[in-house]
Design a protein around this ligand. Structure first.
Ligand code: FAD
Length: 292
C-alpha cells in the first residue's frame, strides 16, 4: 500500500444522538473530553428513514456549541424524498456546516418505500447537483466487503462510483484485520481511486454487544479475538484490557502502514478512545485541522 499521508492525517470521533436527558449529558461530556485531543471533526449518526432527524440536528448544534470543533452530520438517503434532503441541506447550510457523511443507511425492517435514493451514490449525485462543491463529502467503504454486495468487485465499483459522483474521502466500516484495509487501499489504487480512505476503529469494551453489531454490519471478529473475549465471561476489566491492547496494536499497524488517519466509533464514551489514543502516543497536535 502506498502511503496515504500525502493528506494531513485526519482523526475523527463518531457519536450518536442520545435519546434521554442523561444520554444527552453523557454525549456532551464525552465530546468535551475528546475535544481536548483536537480532532479533525466529530461526526453524528442519522437514523435511516429519518428516525433520528430532529435528534441528530439538535445534537450537531449542541456538540458544535459545546466544543467549537467541527461537527459532521451523517445523512442517510434510504426512504427519503428529494424535498426532505433538500430541506436538510438548507438547514445545514444555514448552520454553516460544510462537511457531511453521506450514506444509503441501514434499511429499516418493514420499509415499504425506498424513497428517491436507492444507493448512497444517488444521494451524493443529488447533493452535488443541488449544492455544487459547497459540502466536503465523506462516503462509506468496506474493507471486509459490504454484506449485501453481489461481489467484492461490484462493491469496489460502487465505491468508485461514489467518488466519481463527488465523494471527497471515505471512512470505513470497522474491522480487526489490518490486511483487509491494506488490500482495499491497494485495490483502490489499481482502479485510480486516490482519495483518502480513513479506517474506522471500534474499541472493544463489551463482547456481546460487539458480536451482535458485527453480525449485522458484516465486520469480522477474528476467531482468536472472539475466543479470548468469550473466555473472559463477565470479567469486564479483562475484556477491556485485552480489547485495548488489540485495538492499539491495530491502530499502530494502520498508521505505520500509511493510513490517512483514524475514525473512532466512540459509542458516546470517551475512556476507551482516550486509552487507545494515549497508548499510541498521539498528541493533540497530531489531530489535523478541518479538511476545508
Ligand atoms: P451504498 O454505497 O449504497 O452500498 C449499499 C450496498 O449496495 C452495497 O452492498 C453496495 O455494494 C451496493 N451497491 C451500491 N451501489 C450499487 C449499484 N449501483 N448497483 C448495485 N449495487 C450497488 N447507517 C445509518 O443508517 N446511519 C448512519 O449514520 C450510518 N453511519 C455510518 C458511518 C460509517 C463510517 C459507515 C461505514 C457506515 C455507516 N452506516 C450508517 C451504515 C451504512 O448505512 C450501511 O452499511 C448501509 O448498509 C450501506 O450504506 P452505504 O452508504 O455504504 O451504501
Amino acid at each position: 500500500m502506498k502511503s496515504q499521508k500525502i493528506y494531513p492525517l485526519a482523526f475523527s470521533f463518531e457519536c450518536f444522538p442520545a435519546k434521554t436527558e442523561r444520554g444527552k449529558t453523557t454525549l456532551i461530556e464525552t465530546c468535551e473530553t475528546l475535544a481536548k485531543l483536537n480532532p479533525c471533526f466529530f461526526s453524528m449518526t442519522y437514523g435511516a428513514g429519518g428516525s433520528t432527524r430532529e435528534r441528530t440536528l439538535a445534537a450537531v448544534a449542541e456538540v458544535k456549541a459545546a466544543t467549537a470543533i467541527e461537527v459532521t452530520p451523517h445523512i442517510a438517503g434510504i426512504g427519503a424524498s428529494h424535498d426532505e434532503i433538500r430541506a436538510l441541506l438548507d438547514h445545514y447550510r444555514q448552520q454553516e456546516i460544510r462537511h457531511l457523511v453521506v450514506l444509503r443507511g441501514d434499511i429499516p425492517s418493514g420499509l415499504r418505500d425506498a424513497g428517491d435514493f436507492q444507493y448512497a451514490s444517488d444521494l451524493i449525485k443529488f447533493i452535488r447537483d443541488e449544492s455544487g462543491d459547497y459540502f466536503f463529502i465523506e462516503t462509506a467503504a468496506y474493507p471486509e466487503i459490504h454484506p449485501q454486495a453481489k461481489s467484492a468487485q461490484s462493491d469496489l465499483q460502487s465505491l468508485k462510483l461514489k467518488f466519481e459522483l463527488g465523494a471527497d474521502a471515505a471512512l470505513t466500516q470497522y474491522f480487526y484485520n489490518p490486511d483487509a484495509f491494506f488490500h482495499l487501499i491497494d485495490e483502490c489504487e489499481k482502479i485510480g481511486i486516490d482519495q483518502p480512505i480513513v479506517p474506522g476503529i471500534m474499541p472493544i469494551t463489551n463482547y456481546l454487544q460487539l458480536a451482535r453489531f458485527s453480525d449485522t454490519c458484516g465486520a469480522e471478529i477474528p476467531r482468536w479475538i472472539r475466543r479470548r473475549l468469550e473466555g473472559y465471561g463477565d470479567d469486564t476489566a479483562s475484556i477491556r484490557a485485552f480489547g485495548e491492547e488489540v485495538v492499539t496494536r491495530l491502530c499502530e499497524q494502520l498508521l505505520q502502514g500509511g493510513a490517512a488517519g483514524l475514525h473512532f466509533y466512540t459509542m458516546n464514551r470517551a475512556a476507551p478512545t482516550l486509552a487507545i489514543w494515549d497508548n499510541l502516543g498521539l498528541s493533540s497536535d497530531k489531530a489535523s485541522r478541518a479538511r476545508r
